[in-house]
Design a protein around this ligand. Structure first.
Ligand code: NAP
Length: 253
């Protein structure tokens, strides 16, 4: 290991959207990146963007809701890049439906990827962080945690992640590890494009209507979220822990 090694960051769901942007941003901040998604191959573009810019990155395949895959993936990161010091729990799915139409599978899939996934990834990564007496765990919550029509599963998972984050902050703080949540509002990604499709609106119309109701009069971009994660992942943010940072273009009513 060199005298001043790069911190290793794992970003889940890094193939696209907020995860890809966050992986690239943390690489620009000087971290070595493990870009994790369901299939390692899906992260090739993220890894290429980082390495072309002079950074260091590897692609890792794992389903974050599967304990054996998570254990293998985090172990492989530690072996290939070094012990993880930063974890961004970003992988996510939506299965929107009104409660009376929501299937057991809609519920289980969303709760499993978000809540169980963040639990498994954090449990696997924390032991490396405890050994280093340093760590940053940042978990993607959502403004939907406050309630969102058609998203009983997603709202419950995203609210649960806020309690999970505060508990990690309490348990892991003595080891130099902070845990925080970032709760975005509407960010333009494939996920919100899917929501527009469910509402039978064009994505352009959907974005315009959300922007009109947002104090800063625009929708969020992936770089807005990556910037917030970058702050919470930085060494200087060591006294900020157990917080939920809303990235919503204004206060929520
Ligand atoms: P996205 O574009 O749908 O990307 C999500 C990524 O996660 C995809 O690459 C997906 O892989 C991956 N993924 C899904 N299930 C996985 C699993 N079990 N294991 C590993 N990877 C998995 O989503 P996004 O809009 O960037 O959202 C990223 C995070 O921010 C999510 O947690 C989301 O809930 C949260 N968020 C988003 C918004 C928004 O407005 N976009 C707002 C608030 C919060 P596949 O492509 O193979 O499915």
């Amino acid at each position: 290991m060199p005298d001043n090694p790069r911190r290793v960051a794992i970003v889940t769901g890094a193939a696209r959207g907020i995860g890809a942007a966050t992986a690239c941003r943390l690489a620009r901040d000087g971290m070595a990146i493990a870009a994790l998604d369901l299939k390692a191959g899906a992260c090739e573009a993220t890894v290429a963007a980082i390495t072309v810019a002079g950074g260091q990155a590897i692609a890792v395949g794992a389903d974050v809701s599967q304990a054996d895959q998570v254990a293998a993936a985090v172990g492989a990161v530690a072996a290939d890049l070094g012990p993880p010091a930063v974890l961004v729990n970003n992988a996510g799915v939506i299965r929107d439906n009104l409660l009376f139409k929501m299937s057991d599978d809609d519920w289980d899939t969303v709760v499993s990827v978000h809540l169980r996934g963040a639990f498994l990834m954090s449990r696997a990564a924390q032991k490396y962080m405890v050994d280093q007496r340093y760590g940053r765990i940042i978990t993607l919550s959502s403004s939907s945690a406050l309630g969102s029509r058609g998203q009983a599963n997603y709202s419950a998972a995203k609210a649960g992640l806020q309690g999970f984050t505060k508990t990690l902050a309490i348990e892991l703080g003595p080891f130099g590890i902070t845990a925080n949540a970032v709760a975005p509002g509407f960010i333009a990604t494939d996920m919100t494009a899917a929501t527009a499709a469910r509402l039978t609106m064009s994505f352009d119309d959907f974005q315009a209507s959300v922007a009109a109701q947002t104090p800063v009069r625009r929708i969020g971009q992936v770089a807005d979220v990556a910037h917030a994660v970058s702050f919470l992942a930085s060494e200087g943010a060591g006294f900020v822990s157990g917080q939920v940072l809303y990235v919503t273009g204004g206060p929520l009513s």
